[in-house]
Ligand binder design. Structure first.
Ligand code: SAJ
Length: 413
């Protein structure tokens, strides 16, 4: 069988590589020529443990190729971004574009799977766009029977552990029809060792959003505790560790805010679907979104106290040991510090060699990217933003005499 995977990003490329590893013929499609070229050379355009070896193997065996256009295939997996707009509703342009590109290629009996995290109703919308362009495949033209199957199969993998979790996590598969769900399940069972749970498309869409909102609310609880604890002169990490000894308490870790393209985004899709009732979910988003400003104020206070003119900002990614700076609170903190303090010298210490400055920071103020150790050496104030393992190399001696703002409890005793 031939599977077309549309969107070779953090989800599409690992999924394509794993399917190809199972011997399926996989054609990856991406609008970015650099991505297409990299994949065809067996390279991966971003950092994800073990992905490189899978891609290189699948490409060299001829099971995986990448191209810019949508091919004919038996199954189409759509794994394109679903970002949110200024008004906090989902931007479905990439899903719609994928649908328009699939429409001329699709044949009766094919399967279309939406993997992108989406508001309830999006799989149905995707089907409507395709069938609108292909009335010959619509149920009316086929005696009321759907000629093409549509399902939603939300990804749930954790960046940094994608290659493991793709195989071991349970999957939820929601079909627009029961036949679509079982056909999609057959495809995913080629590589998924976890349980596969079948439902309808809208429930599957909502389940994914709810999982991430659950985590966001719990992180907001930890972040709120960190601010309250600062006010009360209590060490929040010690506090949480102690409370977590209770058999039914498991508080998450506070940090500089919540980033990534999922947890900081998906809860808004629930708020948009029912603004009146999504009170706790909205407030959690606001609590987490307020954390970067709180950190900026703490750094500015440290600068004022020490008279330092150089700050080491350790980490730009949205979380530890990945190089992804999308929706990153660390990058946002650096951006706000630079914007508000034009004469401040900011040394962004990174954990990965050759990390470029994210676009939104380039050309702004006085920021340069250096290694963590160099940043610390030259700065009077050190703000730890991301708990990358590489920063463990920084010794207490190197930190001696610096004013430290540790947003992750990285150096707590
Ligand atoms: N964070 C904290 N404190 C914590 C845990 C996380 O501040 O105790 C922060 C992180 O630093 C980061 C953000 O939250 O900025 C999100 O990180 P994460 O590791 O919780 O999650 P993601 O965004 O990498 O992946 C999530 C996962 N969802 C859940 O765990 C419910 C993953 O399974 C999903 O597949 C992914 O979102 C997605 O694509 O939706």
């Amino acid at each position: 069988a031939t599977v077309a995977v549309i969107g070779l990003g953090y989800i599409g490329l690992p999924t394509a590589a794993i399917l190809a590893g199972k011997g399926l013929h996989v054609i990856g499609v991406d609008v970015n020529p650099y991505t297409v070229e990299a994949v065809n050379e067996g390279r991966v355009p971003f950092v994800e443990p073990d992905l490189g070896i899978h891609v290189a193997g699948a490409v060299s065996q001829g099971h995986l190729v990448a191209q810019a256009t949508v091919p004919e295939a038996d199954a189409y997996i759509v794994a394109v971004p679903t970002p949110f707009k200024e008004d906090k509703t989902a931007d479905l342009v990439y899903v719609e574009q994928a649908a328009r590109n699939i429409a001329p290629r699709i044949k009766a009996g094919n399967l279309v799977i939406l993997e992108s995290t989406s508001p309830p109703g999006t799989t149905k919308h995707l089907a409507e766009v395709i069938l609108g362009l292909r009335p010959d495949l619509a149920p009316d033209a086929n005696g009321g029977k759907a000629a093409v199957m549509f399902a939603h199969c939300p990804e749930r993998v954790l960046p940094g552990r994608i290659m493991i979790e793709l195989v071991t996590n349970d999957r939820i598969i929601g079909g627009l029809t029961p036949a679509a769900a079982t056909t999609a399940a057959a495809l995913y069972s080629t590589f998924c060792q976890g349980g596969i749970h079948l439902t309808d498309a809208a429930t599957a869409e909502m389940a994914k959003l709810v999982e991430n909102a659950y985590r966001d609310v719990n992180i907001a609880f930890a972040n709120e505790l960190s601010v309250i604890s600062d006010n009360l002169g209590i060490d929040v990490w010690n506090l949480i560790e102690l409370a977590n000894h209770h058999p039914r308490v498991n508080i998450l870790q506070p940090g500089p805010g919540v980033g990534g393209h999922c947890i900081a985004v998906d809860p808004w899709f629930i708020v948009a679907a029912d603004p009146e009732n999504a009170k706790l979910i909205r407030t959690a988003r606001q609590v987490n979104d307020a954390k970067p400003d709180y950190v900026v104020a703490a750094v500015e206070a440290a600068l004022a106290e020490t008279g330092a003119t150089t700050v080491a900002a350790l980490g730009l990614a949205f979380k530890a040991n990945v190089d992804d700076t999308r929706e990153s609170p660390a990058a946002e903190i650096v951006r706000r510090l630079a914007a508000a303090n034009p004469s401040l010298r900011i040394l962004a210490g990174t954990a990965f060699a050759n990390t470029p400055l994210p676009e939104e920071l380039a050309g702004l103020g006085n920021i340069s990217v250096v290694s963590g150790e160099t940043a610390v050496k030259e700065a009077g104030v050190v703000v730890l933003l991301v708990d990358h393992d590489a920063f463990r190399e920084i010794t207490p001696e190197q930190l001696a005499g610096k004013k430290i703002v540790d947003t992750r409890g990285f150096w707590r005793n």
